[in-house]
Each structure stands twice: as C-alpha cells, then as structure tokens.
Design a protein around this ligand. Structure first.
Ligand code: XMP
Length: 510
C-alpha cells in the first residue's frame, strides 16, 4: 500500500482517490504519524501531501526525517516537496509572486516520474498553488522540470527514489497527473493493481470489528445513500451489536426512505427503530428563516430525538456516521476560515453521550460510496438515488417552513422527479429538484389574476458535489415540468430555471 502523510492540503484526499482509481490501496495519515508505526505498515511508497504552511514558519508541520532512511520511494507534492528539500538540505524561498492555477511545465531532462510522456520539446499544463518555492535542490537532487515561476518545478534524486513536485499531479487540471502517479506507484514503488471495492470492504469490516469489540453501535439511518451504506457496512462487521434509528423529520420527500427502511427491516440481526417526529420539527422551525438557524434547529432537534431513543437502548459506545470526504472538508474550520455551510449530521451528540465515532466512509467520494453500496447488496434504487441533504426540504423552502409550504414543495418536487425520470435524465444529472420561493408574483389563469408563489427548478451536473454546473436540460423537458407544476400544484403560478454554477453559487439554495 501507499501511505499519504497529510499536511493539511485541500487536495490530499484527491491523491488517495487517484491512487485508488489505479486499484492500489492507499491510506491517509496525519503527518505526525510516528516513524515506528509507519515502518510497521510496510508501505511500498510514501506521498507527502501539500499544505498551507511554509517550512520556515515557527510551527511548520514536519514529518520525521527518518522516513528518508526507510528505503521506501517518497513523492513530495507542493508543501511536501518543499519539506523534503528543506529536510534534506535544500533551499526554499518565499516567491515574490504567488503562483496559483494553471502553469506550463517544461520537462528539462528525463526522469522516471515522466516516463512515457511525450518526448521533447515537452510542455504540459499543470496546476500550481503555492507561495514558497524551491530555490536550491538538496544534495543529490536534479531539477527535471521548470515553470516560469518555479525554476525547480520537479526534482528527482540521482540515486534514491525520492521525487519532489511543486505542482499538484492529483488535480484534474494537471493533464499528465495520472501518468505521473502511475509511474510512481507502479514503476517506482512496484505496486500491483489489485485493490478493489471488495478488498475495501474486507479491510474496513476488520477495522470496525477491531475497534468496536463487543461494544454497542447506533446509527442514524436517514434512508440516504451515505447512511444506508454505513449501516450496511457496520452491520456486516458487528451484526446484532448495531441498532439503526430512523427519524422522520417531516422534511423528507414523499415516500422517500421507504425502500431502504424496507430493506433494513428485512435484515436479520438488525434492530431498526422508526420514529415519526414531523410535528416536533415543524414546531421547532416555526418563525425560523435564516439558513444556518434552520440547519441548527434541525440538527439539534435531531440530536434531541435521537438521544432520547438511543438512551432507551442501554449503554451504547459508538456512533456510526456516513460522513464523506466532501462533508469533511466543507465543514472543517481551517485556520479560522468559516465553514461554507454547516452540514447536518449528528454533530454534538458524540460528546454529549460520550460516544466514539465510527466513520467508515470518511475517505470516500460519493461515486465510490455508491459502488460500495452495490457491492454490499443494497437495493439499486436506493444506491443510485440522487443525493438528498440531511435537512431535507427544510433548506429548499426559502423563508419560514410551514406545513402548507411543505405540501406545495413536495408536490412540485414529485413532478420534477417523475418527469426527470420519464425523460431519462435522472441518471444523467447529479441532482434535480424543486425549490419553493414564497415570494408572490402576478399571473393570469383563465380570466382571473393570480398572485402566487414561484418554484425554482434546479438541476446540476457534478462529479463529487465540490463543483457543479447547471444541467443543459432540453427545453421540452423544462416546458413539461413547468406546465405540469403550474397546472397541478395549487399556489404556484410561475416556474424558473436556475442557471448558476458552483462556485460561486452552491447546489442547494440555502
Ligand atoms: P451545496 O449546496 O453545499 O451542496 O453545494 C453540496 C452537496 O451536499 C448536499 N448538502 C447536504 N447534505 N447535509 C447533507 O447531508 C446538509 O446539510 C447538506 N447541505 C447540502 C447537497 O444536496 C449537495 O449534494
């Protein structure tokens, strides 16, 4: 396996993902991982990730220099490259100009990392994001590529399998990134492409068993992909030690979680507690209009109900949660930067109930989770379902949430779903849904004037929800949806289509 030491870059996870895509197992560990533990893992290669620090900062994160004596190939990326140079005796400097975004890489001499790339003159587009730069290679290193602002954009050691890249091979904008990583893991580290979803299940199940022991685990089962896959995985690991709790917040779409509930109820050795809390949430949300306050109320309300039910189960030790990688980075407060949106999960509960978290999907992206779910035998409709946010329709009604507005949105949303499915677009888009704008606009129906609400239609294409583009739905599909909503949903006389991308907009409206 390949071990990635994380120095806090936003793209560390992408490195792991790119390596997994090549069917090589990789694990991310904090840069503080003790040398002995690293040695015990017997990695075939080590990657030092990027990170926001500068090697000359007083508190600059740094890994044990002993890694260079393990006899294992090491690839440093961005900060990881600078740290490698710094620790091995090279020079780093603050560049006058930060280099951020696309840059042109000029390969100056052959290097095993660049094997198989187009021969000279070899120029390639790469993606850079750094303030510091390497100004003098450490002894034994030679510069293999340059860019305008980075005289040492890539370096390799003359004898040892050490490589330093100032750019990020893991991001899609670095077109040659996959080739570079393949050269590293296969040709340099000698890995075999043998890792599969099945082996992920085996490793993870074993890890969960080891961690949980005889303890009791609870899991909030929303019916969404993430919690379903988490529950299935944990169930496979610890069987009847797991209890799932499904809380109906009343903010679900019609009939939504039924299939998954049905599936889990049919699993032997699994206790499923099913609670209808719609009135509780409606009263909690009365008068609440701010998006973050809604999320807070829904999140806290959820915890309250969940805790009450969990307490009935006697002593519980672990909480299994379907946190995915994008949730982790979007919610993380890094160096004082505010989170973009506070994601709804069972946050706060672990401390209060003194529960330890089990988060088996923490390193995965959505599409990987789906593959995992199918492999675990979850129903296709549940797994290939579009994502649905934890706070549900609550963040798709702008302004106050009332029972009437929920009813209107549910109806409109069902029409969107039906038409998107009927026209074959459901699997082609990442998400497609309706948003209720309770402002009122004038219309005319029959001979009378109407003054009613607006439904915004949102459909986006995305690979991992980190970025998204609005879907180019055909006019005929849009027309059909609009006609049906205006004709069939009382209280709506106008439908608009959202043509904003993320960033700068987000997928959900709140
Ligand atoms: P945004 O709106 O941030 O959404 O572009 C990105 C993805 O995350 C989903 N989403 C959530 N999922 N709890 C969730 O479980 C939340 O609070 C939440 N907010 C947004 C959204 O549907 C999209 O897939």
């Amino acid at each position: 396996k390949i071990v990635i030491l994380d120095f806090g870059s936003q793209t560390t996870q992408l490195i792991a993902r790119r390596i997994r895509e090549q069917r090589v197992y990789s694990e991310i560990h904090p840069y503080t991982l003790p040398l002995e533990r690293l040695r015990a893992m017997q990695p075939k290669g080590i990657v030092l990730s990027g990170g926001p620090a500068s090697v000359y900062d007083g508190d600059a994160p740094s890994s044990d220099p002993g890694i260079f004596a393990l006899g294992v190939p090491i690839l440093g990326i961005c900060y990881g490259a600078q740290l490698m140079m710094h620790q091995l005796g090279g020079q780093i400097e603050s560049a006058e100009k930060r280099e951020f975004g696309k840059a042109e890489l000029a390969i100056q001499r052959p290097d095993r990392l660049f094997a198989g790339l187009a021969p000279k003159p070899s120029r390639h587009q790469v993606w850079m994001s750094h303030g510091d730069r390497i100004t003098a290679p450490a002894p034994g290193f030679v510069i293999s590529a340059t860019s305008v602002h980075s005289p040492a954009a890539a370096l390799g050691h003359a004898e040892k399998p050490f490589f330093a890249l100032q750019f990020h091979p893991e991001v899609a904008h670095t077109a040659i990134g996959t080739d570079i990583l393949k050269n590293f893991i296969f040709n340099i580290c000698g890995c075999e492409p043998s890792w599969t979803v099945q082996s992920f299940i085996e490793t993870t199940v074993a890890a969960i068993r080891a961690r949980v022991g005889q303890g009791k685990v609870i899991c909030a089962l929303s019916g969404g992909v993430d919690s379903s896959v988490t529950a299935a995985l944990v169930h496979r690991a610890v069987g009847k030690q797991l209890t799932c709790i499904h809380v109906d917040t009343g903010l679900m779409r019609s009939g939504e979680s039924d299939a998954v509930i049905r599936f889990f109820s049919s699993q032997s050795e699994l206790t499923l507690v099913d609670i209808d809390a719609s009135d509780f949430f409606l009263s909690r949300l009365r008068g609440v209009t701010s998006p973050e306050e809604k999320r807070r109320q829904i999140g806290h309300g959820f915890i309250e109900i969940f805790e009450r039910e969990a307490n009935k189960l006697g002593e519980v030790h672990f909480l299994a949660q379907g946190t995915l990688y994008p949730d982790v980075i979007e919610s993380v407060t890094f160096r004082g930067k505010a989170p973009i949106k506070s994601h709804h999960n069972v946050g706060g509960l672990p401390e209060r109930m003194r529960l330890e978290l089990v988060e088996p999907l923490r390193d995965l992206f959505k599409d990987e989770v789906r593959l995992l779910g199918l492999e675990l035998g979850l129903p296709k409709e549940a797994i290939l379902r579009q994502p649905f946010p934890g706070p549900g329709l609550g963040i798709r009604i702008m302004g106050e949430i009332t029972a009437e507005r929920l009813a209107v949105l549910r109806l409109a949303d069902a029409i969107v779903l039906e038409e998107i499915k009927n026209t074959g677009w459901y699997d082609k888009v990442w998400q497609s849904f309706a948003v209720l704008l309770p402002i009122r606009t004038v219309g005319v129906m029959g001979d009378s004037r109407t003054y009613e609400h607006v439904i915004a239609l949102r459909a986006v294409d995305s690979k991992d929800a980190m970025t998204a583009d609005w879907s180019r739905l055909p006019y005929e599909v849009l027309a059909r949806i609009s006609n049906r909503i205006i004709n069939e949903v009382r209280g709506v006389n106008r439908v608009v289509y959202d043509i904003s991308s993320k960033p700068p907009a987000t997928i959900e409206w709140e």
